[in-house]
Design a protein around this ligand. Structure first.
Ligand SMILES: NC(=O)c1ccc[n+]([C@@H]2O[C@H](COP(=O)([O-])OP(=O)(O)OC[C@H]3O[C@@H](n4cnc5c(N)ncnc54)[C@H](OP(=O)(O)O)[C@@H]3O)[C@@H](O)[C@H]2O)c1
Length: 266
């Protein structure tokens, strides 16, 4: 299919963001859907917080739109604007993917965390039974915490700059998955099988050396960073130098693509 052709037959997905200039996911989503044979394009749209409700209402009437992605800062504010949420999105408390049904009803899901798990599995990393240190309890961190518990992590320890957010998340995940030990803890890698950076620290090449003491990483650990730009954050460079298995932000994005396709009904 000619990637440049966009016609009245083309299925359109929006991706609402503010700012929008850092958005790279639209290319990956478009390439994946086109490779699967769909006449499809995903378009980044710059929408500020004041205009979000109007954009969501407009989406209801856009009949050639299959839905929309939502990213920073809309993942939580969009919740009350939708007609329905999946159980997963309701538990996580944020949405990153909206399906537009043919009658205009909008259904929200969150595939961030499930995408991480799928991306890890596709890279041959089995999460069941791992002791995991999760850095970050923002939108993506929340989604990851639920998905890691769902995937059968042996223990989940959550560390966040704002400790109240880490505690609230640990309580919420523990209540949903009572068989998984979940608690808050310090940013200390000692004894963990997997360390995940789900904060935005390290984005755009910013110094991430204060995230945790890199000297405590060891070759038996799997280290993941969900930041996509740069591909190799300081954390991942330090982990590779120690001989750790590493997972990149792009692998989490790739893991989300098939989940988005299924959810959008393509
Ligand atoms: N690879 C993928 O597919 C994918 C998907 C989604 C997101 N992401 C990336 O994941 C990152 C987080 O996204 P998000 O949606 O979770 O953002 P968010 O909701 O704004 O959360 C940001 C997180 O980073 C922490 N943080 C920010 N600045 C910090 C600092 N200076 N020191 C310590 N912690 C800091 C925040 O801690 P506080 O709670 O204390 O503020 C919070 O835990 C972004 O880089 C985003 O691009 C990647």
């Amino acid at each position: 299919m000619d990637a440049r052709r966009i016609t009245g037959q083309t299925k359109i997905m929006l991706l609402l963001a503010d700012p929008v200039s850092h958005v790279v996911g639209t290319e990956a989503i478009t390439a994946f859907m086109r490779a699967a044979g769909h006449d499809f394009v995903c378009v980044p749209v710059h929408v500020g917080p004041r205009d979000l409700a109007g954009a969501i209402q407009a989406l209801r009437g856009y009949r050639n739109c299959v839905g929309s992605g939502v990213t920073i800062p809309h993942k939580i504010p969009v919740l009350p604007l939708l007609d329905e949420l999946t159980d997963r999105a309701r538990a996580i408390g944020s949405v990153n993917c909206i399906r537009r049904n043919p009658d205009g009803r909008l259904i929200g899901d969150n595939v961030d965390g499930a995408g991480f798990v799928r991306g890890a599995l596709e890279a041959g990393v089995e999460l069941a039974g791992l002791r995991v240190l999760l850095l970050g309890a923002g939108g993506a961190g929340r989604s990851l915490a639920f998905a890691l518990a769902e995937a059968g992590a042996a223990e989940l320890v959550i560390c966040n700059r704002d400790p109240a957010k880490a505690a609230g998340l640990a309580d919420a995940v523990g209540a949903t998955y009572p068989s998984v030990p979940v608690r808050t803890g310090a940013a200390d890698a000692t004894g963990f099988g997997m360390i995940i950076n789900a904060t935005s620290v390290g984005m755009a090449g910013k110094d991430d050396s204060r995230l945790l003491d890199f000297a405590k990483l060891s070759a038996d650990m799997i280290v993941a960073d969900i930041v996509m730009k740069p591909e190799r954050t300081g954390l991942l460079q330090a982990a590779e130098a120690k001989g750790c298995r590493v997972l990149f932000g792009r692998q989490m994005m790739d893991g989300q693509l098939a989940l988005m396709r299924d959810f959008l009904g393509l």
